[in-house]
Design a protein around this ligand. Structure first.
Ligand code: AMP
Length: 433
């Protein structure tokens, strides 16, 4: 299947070509033709599957059916749970529509509203927004959603987790009843189905990956150790492995700050990203990480949601999440867009029940190992076998038969989980050994 066969216009095909996308991802193959037909769509897809293009490309195409109006009005609204995802979605929309006369913008809280208001006054076609700031600006009379023809709820499951249900319902009441609706969600819980029933009309359902499965190219394993020695262990892993581009998850914002401080003290450049940080601090941390000025980004679940960090080689769970689905989201940050990755969890005795919960959701056992010198003093070392950490970060995963060196971000070679992109010399940054 090619992008052309999906029915996309020449202007979009040109943008796709320039991006180096070769084939559509499964979610794009399934969603794009249905959206172009004008159908409401309920899509199961998590970040990393190419879902943004799955809704943005056909949306852009449908909006260009009509010539631009003299005074632009908001004709498409994309709602996202977090600021980072909103910014990322806007960036993608702008890239896909670069040869098309459409104006888009993003609004979210945590920054001054004046520049957003000025831009809104000039008239825009596509608005990407988080619910809070959208409601706020609507209440002040700066936004009208009366002309919205196209609505996307992106990462709807996370919006519900974050308590946005009431806001979403209110926002629905601000739009015309007749419109095309798309709902994207990583998981299909009962709550999501109820929300979908209230918003979508005769939707077609499309799925990119079976619910709650993890990326095939992600190597997942567990290092068991005492809780109080986790900082020491993570420092050793990153130092010995000479790892860069490591995303670390903690359960709390406070924990993220503490770990960041300790890593920096150990001369590992790290930055924290969580909800207590100002928008500017979050944007700065993310861009420094992307620019490789910072090796480690320490994040909480909510802040990390929707982050698009290409070819991220390592995700470390400093603490396991108590919600198993969050584990799936976390490790979805690696092994993306055809690259392989490692997801490592540091597990103390008090987290064993979380391991069971995650294994149940994954439908597989997670391989457990113990690093020499870090043997847990408490609890059973179930299924664990001693493992000496290879020098120079040569992570030889027992039984996996795969040898990955620290600098090699593309251990999977040309293997692709979902789709392929033309080799891009700039994409990985680091050299492969
Ligand atoms: P998403 O799931 O929308 O966050 O997309 C994940 C990443 O995959 C982004 O960096 C996209 O630019 C990239 N991407 C999306 N579609 C394709 C495609 N068909 N081929 C290659 N890369 C893609």
């Amino acid at each position: 299947m090619t992008f052309k066969e999906l029915g996309l216009s020449d202007a979009l095909l040109k943008a796709v070509e320039e991006l180096g996308y070769v084939t559509p991802s499964p979610i794009q193959e399934k969603a794009i033709p249905r959206v172009l037909e004008g159908k409401d769509v309920l899509a199961s897809a998590q970040t990393g599957t190419g879902k943004t293009a799955g809704f943005a490309m056909p949306m852009i195409q449908l909006l260009t059916k009509e010539p631009p109006r003299s005074k632009r009005v908001i004709r498409a609204l994309v709602l996202t749970p977090t600021r980072e995802l909103a910014a990322q979605v806007l960036a993608d929309i702008e890239t896909y529509s670069k040869h098309i006369d459409l104006r888009s913008m993003v609004i979210f809280g945590g920054v001054k509203q004046s520049s957003q208001v000025n831009k809104l006054r000039n008239g825009i076609d596509i608005l990407v927004a988080t619910p809070g700031r959208l409601m706020d600006l609507q209440n002040q009379g700066f936004i009208s959603l009366r002309d919205v023809e196209f609505l996307v709820l992106d990462e709807a499951d996370r919006m519900l987790d974050m308590g946005f249900l009431r806001d979403i319902k209110k926002i629905m009441g601000m739009m015309p009843a007749k419109r095309q609706n798309l709902l994207f969600s990583a998981t299909f819980s009962r709550e999501i189905r109820t929300l979908a029933n209230g918003i979508l009309t005769n939707p077609v359902t499309v799925e990119a990956t079976p619910e709650n499965t993890t990326a095939e190219l992600v190597d997942q394993f567990i290092y068991r150790c005492d809780a109080k020695r986790k900082t020491e262990l993570i420092t050793k892993l990153i130092w010995d492995g000479n790892w860069h581009q490591v995303l670390v998850f903690t359960r709390t914002k406070h924990g993220a700050n503490r770990l960041t401080e300790k890593l920096n003290k150990a001369k590992i450049t790290a930055a924290a990203i969580h909800g207590n940080k100002s928008q500017n601090a979050r944007t700065k941390a993310l861009s420094e990480f992307k620019d490789k000025k910072v090796s480690v980004l320490v994040a909480t679940d909510i802040a990390a949601r929707g982050l698009d960090i290409p070819l991220l080689p390592y995700v470390i769970n400093f603490e396991l999440p108590n919600v198993p689905e969050d584990y799936v989201h976390r490790i979805g940050r690696t092994g993306r867009a055809g690259a392989s990755g490692q997801a490592i969890s540091l597990v103390s005795a008090d987290e064993e029940e979380y391991v069971r919960g995650i294994e149940k959701v994954l439908g597989m056992r997670l391989e457990g190992t113990v690093i020499e010198g870090f043997e847990p003093t408490k609890g059973p070392v179930e299924g664990g076998k001693k493992r000496e950490q290879g020098r120079g970060g040569n992570n030889n995963r027992g039984g996996g038969g795969q040898n990955r060196n620290s600098g090699n971000r593309n251990g999977g070679g040309g293997n692709s989980r979902n789709f392929r992109r033309k080799p891009n010399n700039n994409s990985g940054g680091g050299s492969s050994d």
